[in-house]
Design a protein around this ligand. Structure first.
Ligand code: ZN
Length: 347
C-alpha cells in the first residue's frame, strides 16, 4: 500500500517520542500489513521512551516502537497462505528464527536470534504495521479491540501462572501491574485456594481484589512475609508469581515460599539481585522458573481458551484509553504507577 501514516517514532537517541508522518511500511512476500485498531503500552515501551541504558544498547533509531496490538489485515504478500485481508489479528511479538537449537527443539520462546517487534524492527504505535504471517494470531472479530490488543501481555501471565500446578494451591503474586493482576485472576478461575496480592499502589490492590485476591498486602504498611506465614500456619505458600522485578519483593517471595514450592520469576530486575541461595532455594528444594515471553504457540492456544471461556474479564485491568498521539501523556501515567493497563486508539 502506498502512502503516509502517522506513527509514534523514536526519531533520535534521546528520551521522548515524536508523532511523525512516515511511509506506510512495504511488505515482503511473507508479510501482512495490519491497520492497527488498538495497542497497549508495555514496561518495555517506557524503557524505550526514557532511552535508558538497555534501550541505548539494544535499539537503533529511527524506530517506531510499541508491540502489543490488534488490527485488521489490509494487504498480504504473494506467498502468504493462511491470512487474508479482512482478518482481525494480534501478534506474537517475538519473531523467532526457526533454525536455531531452541527453535528446532520446542523452545522457540527462548530463540537465540529473536527479533522483537517495536524493538528490533518497526512496531505498532502507528496506523499500520507490517508483520511476518507466521506471528499473526487470528482473533475473533467479536473480541473487543482493546482486549484483543492485550492478548500478548496476558499471555505472559498465562505462561507464568500455568508453568506449574495452580489448582488448590496457595499463591502469592508479588507486583500487581497488569500481568500480576491477570495472574491473580487466572489463579482464581483455576481453583487456587488462597491468593495473596502484594503491591504498594492502592488502586492496583483494589483491582487485585476485584480479580479475586483474598488478601491484599501493601508492603509499605506491613511485612508481607510475616502476613503470609501467619495465614498459612507458618508453612508458606505453594506458589510465588514474581511480577515486580523489585529486589526486596523477590527476596520476600523466596522467604514466603514453602519448602518444595514453585517460584515463577517474570518481573525483570534492573540490576543484580542478592539472594540467600542456601536457605531460600537449595535447602527449600524450591523449583525456580524463569518466564520469558510466551511459549510459541502453546501459550497462545491456552490464552484463546481462557478468553473463550468467558471466566475472566481482562478489561477490569484497563484503566486508561487515549489516542495514540498522546503517547507522552500515557507514558507519564504509566510511570506514576497509578494505573492498570493503558490502551492507545488509532481512529
Ligand atoms: Zn531460533
Amino acid at each position: 500500500m502506498e502512502g503516509k501514516m502517522k506513527a509514534a517514532l523514536k526519531a533520535e537517541a534521546a528520551p521522548g517520542a515524536t508523532i511523525a508522518l512516515v511511509d506506510i511500511p512495504r511488505i515482503g512476500p511473507r508479510d501482512v500489513l495490519v491497520k492497527v485498531k488498538a495497542a497497549s503500552i508495555c514496561g518495555t515501551d517506557v524503557h524505550i521512551y526514557d532511552w535508558d541504558a538497555w534501550a541505548q544498547n539494544r535499539m537503533q533509531v529511527p524506530r517506531i516502537f510499541g508491540h502489543e496490538f490488534a488490527g485488521e489485515v489490509v494487504e498480504v504478500g504473494r506467498e502468504v497462505t493462511q491470512v487474508v485481508p479482512g482478518d482481525f489479528v494480534a501478534a506474537e511479538t517475538h519473531i523467532t528464527c526457526g533454525h536455531c537449537y531452541q527453535c528446532r527443539t520446542g523452545q522457540a520462546h527462548v530463540c537465540r536470534n529473536v527479533q522483537i517487534l517495536g524493538v528490533d524492527r518497526d512496531g505498532a504505535f502507528a496506523q499500520y504495521i507490517a508483520i511476518p504471517e507466521k506471528v499473526a494470531w487470528k482473533t475473533g472479530k467479536e473480541i473487543d479491540h482493546s482486549v484483543a490488543s492485550i492478548q500478548e501481555p496476558f499471555g505472559n501471565a498465562v505462561h507464568a501462572t500455568f508453568a506449574g500446578e495452580i489448582a488448590d494451591m496457595t499463591v502469592a503474586v508479588f507486583g500487581c501491574g497488569p500481568i500480576g493482576l491477570w495472574a491473580v485472576g487466572l489463579a482464581r478461575i483455576s481453583g487456587a485456594s488462597t491468593i495473596f496480592a502484594i503491591e504498594p499502589n492502592a488502586k492496583r490492590l483494589e483491582i487485585a481484589r476485584n480479580m479475586g485476591a483474598d488478601y491484599k498486602l501493601n508492603p509499605r504498611e506491613l511485612d508481607p512475609v510475616h502476613e503470609i506465614l501467619d495465614v498459612t500456619d507458618g508453612l508458606g505458600v505453594d506458589v510465588v508469581l514474581e511480577m515486580s522485578g523489585h529486589p526486596t519483593a523477590i527476596r520476600q517471595g523466596f522467604k514466603a515460599l514453602r519448602n518444595g514450592g514453585r517460584v515463577s520469576l517474570l518481573g525483570i530486575p534492573s540490576s543484580m539481585v542478592e539472594l540467600d541461595l542456601a536457605n531460600d532455594i537449595i535447602f527449600k528444594g524450591a523449583t525456580v522458573l524463569g518466564i520469558s515471553g510466551r511459549r510459541i504457540y502453546d501459550t497462545w492456544y491456552r490464552t484463546r481458551r481462557v478468553l473463550e471461556s468467558g471466566q475472566l474479564d481482562l478489561k477490569q485491568v484497563i484503566t486508561h484509553t487515549l489516542p495514540f498521539e498522546q503517547i507522552s501523556e500515557a507514558i507519564e501515567i504509566m510511570k506514576s504507577g497509578d494505573c492498570g493497563k493503558i490502551i492507545l486508539t488509532f481512529d
